[in-house]
Design a protein around this ligand. Structure first.
Ligand code: GLA
Length: 346
């Protein structure tokens, strides 16, 4: 049985206490989540020898999370994971302007997304449920969005994240978590040797602003083909324009089934399997990490020191009627589930 406890992690300038909730499995493996941004702060799991290591990037204290340079380490992302072109979309004939935080683009919910909000936490379903009410018009999005994200972690080392949301006005929503993984351990170097398999025959190519062009392109014969295991770094420097735009991988995959991806680290013997109900997966190879941030262990995070696999609807769907819909209407419930399973191999 998982034990659950909470401790103060820090204080906001206005005195609000940020809590750290820790879910600990029988083995000692543990996941910690902050009420700031419903953020996964640490994931301690065993390697092939049974030694626990923290496999997610993060900061030791709250100051790191409040710093605008924090690139969404472990954050819950909302209301809209990834990009909305021009920070604008039209729904039911009405045009909405979302706060732009990457040139003209709205990325990860705008200037102050769900990653920069205080969530309230309570025990639920054997884990912790984080709740946040986003007022009508926040960051430009229509509708009051009642949101909850429930984290559970069991003795099989399954980290399950259940997202729910309801609205009082038609809106768009796509929630995800932006954990950065390094299965050797955070701060140990690049993930170029990690072996990745993604269950996708197609991906959505991007333009120079990292916005999907609208095309849905076969991965076959490209560096985007991860249908069989490939080292993440093997094709990173191929002369491919898509890799040029992203400074590496920063692309949405069109998932072909519930098992989205498997990552194997030959060094530690750790393996991560990701299952999801979502149609898309953003594979980001940590391209914008530049050595300026210091993580939990005090080490610098440089380019390629971690990867993210963000389960989601496709980027810019509010402007792409041909992509799976992200519209949520009053009376309907948005639901999304992603399970991260940590195992080992010899
Ligand atoms: C997502 C985006 C990337 C980058 C990171 C955060 O993965 O697709 O382009 O913005 O978030 O740095």
């Amino acid at each position: 049985m998982t034990s659950i406890d909470s401790t103060p992690f820090g204080e906001l300038p206005d005195g609000t206490v940020i809590e750290k909730w820790t879910l600990t499995a029988a083995s000692g493996a543990a996941v910690s989540i902050l009420t700031w941004g419903a953020t996964i702060q640490s994931v301690l799991v065993p390697d092939r020898d049974g030694t626990l290591g923290n496999v997610t990037l993060g900061f030791a204290g709250l100051a790191g999370y409040l710093d605008p340079a924090n690139p969404y380490f472990g954050s819950t992302i909302g209301r809209y994971g990834n990009r909305i072109a021009g920070g604008t979309f039209t729904l039911d004939g009405q045009t909405h302007k979302i706060s732009q935080n990457e040139g003209q683009t709205a990325l990860h919910g705008g200037v102050r997304g769900f990653d920069k909000r205080v969530w309230s936490a309570a025990r639920a379903d054997g884990g912790v449920r984080m709740s946040y009410t986003s007022p009508d018009g926040e960051e430009g999005f229509p509708g009051t969005l009642e949101t909850s994200v429930t984290f559970t972690f069991d003795d099989e080392h399954r980290l399950r994240i259940d997202y729910r949301a309801t609205t009082d006005r038609a809106t768009v929503v796509s929630l995800t978590n932006h954990a950065y993984w390094n299965l050797t351990g955070e701060g140990t170097g690049t993930i170029n040797d990690h072996l990745l398999r993604i269950n996708a025959e197609h991906y959505t190519p991007i333009d120079e602003d990292l916005i999907p062009t609208g095309a849905v392109t076969p991965v076959a014969g490209t560096p985007f083909d991860f249908r069989d295991f490939h080292p993440i770094g093997a094709r990173l420097r191929d002369a491919d324009q898509q890799l040029g735009y992203g400074l590496g991988y920063d692309h949405n995959y069109v998932l072909a089934g519930r098992e989205a991806a498997v990552v194997r680290d030959p060094r530690s013997g750790r393996q991560l399997t990701i299952e999801t109900t979502e149609p898309g997966l953003q594979f980001y190879s940590g391209n914008f990490l530049d050595g300026k941030l210091r993580g939990v262990s005090g080490r610098q995070y440089r380019q390629g020191d971690a990867f993210a696999l963000e389960t989601q609807h496709f980027p810019d769907s509010p402007n792409r009627p041909d992509f799976p819909s992200t519209v949520l209407r009053p009376g309907d419930t948005y639901g999304s589930t992603t399970i991260h399973t940590f195992t080992t191999f010899a």
